[in-house]
Write a protein that binds this ligand. Sequence first.
Ligand code: FMN
Length: 354
Amino acid sequence: MPLSTRVTRLLGIDMPIVMGGMTGTGTVELAAAVSNAGGLGIFAAHNAGSPENCRQWIRKLRTLTARPWGVNLTILPSMQALPYDEYAKVIIEEKVRIVETAGSNPKKWIPLFKNAGLITIHKCVTIRHALSAEKLGVDIISLDGFECAGHPGEEDVGNFVLQARCSQVLKVPFLCSGGVSEGSQLAASLARAWRKTLLIDGDMRNPAAHKLFDLPLEPGFSEVLRGETDLPDAIRPTALSRLWLMSAGQWDNHAVQALAQEGVGTMFEHLKEQYDFIILDSCPVLPVADTLSLGQHVDGVVFSVLRDVSSLPAVYAAQQRLTQLSIPLLGVVVIGATGDVANSGYLYPAIKAK
Ligand SMILES: Cc1cc2nc3c(=O)[nH]c(=O)nc-3n(C[C@H](O)[C@H](O)[C@H](O)COP(=O)(O)O)c2cc1C
């Protein structure tokens, strides 16, 4: 299991990646694909159009995946309210295991679902709402910061501010959403979840992480690879507690050649004993072999794909190279989606009907 957290253990999934319910796009087919890939797929109940159709969707989803999945119940104030009670009844009658509530105060819904034995996730945009959901007995909080896709609420609090505070005050585990698309952000999120995390800037030819954390470039990864610096001297604490950085260091051909040597594997084994998570931010797969060499030592790779920059043939070719070397590809994060993609048709059915 590449990434084991409280959330993966509670939900029975392989990776801490949860697809929140999505109006319009959150169908059973998409939910099944996410679940089959090791995350938690969730479809939005109202996408089915009626409680009875929701029942059919639940039954269909069961045929598409044997992995855990869930149903989202989004309750938004509207002129023509949807039959939420009936949706909830169907979810319980169909013995759904995991439910995600969102959109309003869950005080009616969490006890109802908990009494029926479901695992509950509540999505919120403020600390006070997270705390009251916790008091109601929710199992997991899903935090939607201002940067998140979809409807970010009206409080305008950034994701990392929410995470920082929630890690201090919440006892239940929480999911982070919104704006997390690069290695440094993933590392910061894991550290916020109270896990000892090391970020290594493995993009030696184009280093950036040290600037982000306002730390020196060297000594870092390159110096360790050349045997000029001992590991502890290349690792520095960052402004975020529980997050350490090994900067890229001063790159040269000797450092790159050393990537293929045995000592690198031993170094990672040593680091794995000291940290809960090691996030290795690496360079593009195709132009140079660095990522393929480093890939020999990781548990999984997450691709960052930049909209309008990464071409489909290049993404495919990169995926092929990783696969040929048996480097496990965990998933893809698409960066740079603009409003036309993120918000197209983003209207709730009842509002649309007006
Ligand atoms: C097109 C779209 C529709 C969404 N609709 C809903 C919804 O109906 N109910 C809900 O709880 N969340 C909805 N969301 C929010 C997602 O479930 C999730 O919380 C959010 O996308 C997380 O932000 P991120 O994608 O930036 O990580 C929607 C998101 C998108 C992109």
